[in-house]
Design a protein around this ligand. Structure first.
Ligand code: MLT
Length: 273
């Protein structure tokens, strides 16, 4: 399905039975909505899910490659509008989490609850910004495939790297197929994003924080510190998973996601913890 945004259409797919608040899945970088394959397959009997390609990735348009986090948030709200509902449950992994954390600041009324996986509320420090500048240069000079080869060993957990070659190959293929102009634009959007930490204590909705046990980019301590600032938030660590916990260990990831969605659906108005 296509979701109209100001200057084009985002590619999205919907699975699962109608009824209950939809679960919108927002993928990480440098991937696309195929990152959620294990959730779309594993939970399709349980809830209505919508996964979309963030602008510049997957089958969504690259356009001018000039993205900001605000534009990514505009796009997320366009997806929610297109579903014809006031509020959704949303799950974002890493960059997807950055998008949701900023969307929560802009309009918390559009959410029943949020899952923040392998992500952080802090903005980039100088070292992080310089790292993104190097990544942008590499994407320009060598393209997406070479970039994937460099970055994946840091994104995937040691267990996945050692024991799950098919997951490594899936992740590589996804990066390779993405347009380097779109990936550069997403890097610029992340580099210039704001810090959302100050808003965490004011979040008045159910939040689940998930962290891969072997995540080197946003380690469980980072997730724990973020969860501690959010009133009532739950934290779950996914064993044997790295930064891409949803892709690396879908069974365990889905177990937590499903329990969270069922808890929200069971609450009388769908919004109480
Ligand atoms: C992601 O997985 O979305 C990225 O690692 C986020 C980032 O580069 O900060």
């Amino acid at each position: 399905m296509e979701i109209q945004v100001l200057d084009g259409a985002l590619e999205a797919e919907e699975v699962g039975p109608p009824g209950g608040p939809p679960l919108v899945l927002v993928h990480g970088f440098p991937f696309d909505r195929r990152m959620w394959e294990g959730q779309l397959r594993g939970l399709s009997g349980a809830c209505r899910m919508v996964a979309y390609d963030v602008r510049g990735m997957g089958r969504s348009p690259v356009g001018d490659g000039q993205y900001t986090m605000e534009l990514f948030v505009d796009d997320f709200f366009a997806v929610v509008d297109a579903l014809g509902v006031e509020r959704v449950i949303a799950c974002g992994l890493s960059m997807g989490g950055y998008i949701l954390l900023r969307a929560l600041e802009r309009d918390p009324g559009r959410f029943h609850g949020v899952v923040l996986a392998d992500t952080r509320s802090s903005a980039d420090d100088d070292e992080g910004k310089l790292g993104r500048a190097s990544a942008i240069r590499m994407l320009r000079e060598e393209g997406s495939a070479a970039y994937g080869e460099t970055v994946l060993p840091r994104l995937l957990g040691s267990t996945t790297l050692a024991e799950k070659p098919e997951v490594v190959e899936t992740a590589k293929a996804m990066v390779r197929s993405n347009d380097p102009r779109g990936l550069r634009g997403a890097q610029l959007a992340m580099l210039s994003r704001t810090d959302t930490t100050a808003s965490l204590p004011g979040l008045g909705l159910p939040v689940l924080v998930l962290a891969g046990e072997e995540d080197a980019l946003t380690p469980p301590e980072t997730a724990r510190a973020m969860a501690a600032r959010i009133p009532g938030a739950d934290l779950e660590v996914v064993p044997r998973a790295g930064h891409l916990s949803a892709l690396e260990c879908p069974g365990e990831f889905n177990r937590h996601l499903r329990a969270f969605v069922e808890r929200l659906e069971a609450s009388a108005d769908g919004g109480a913890p």
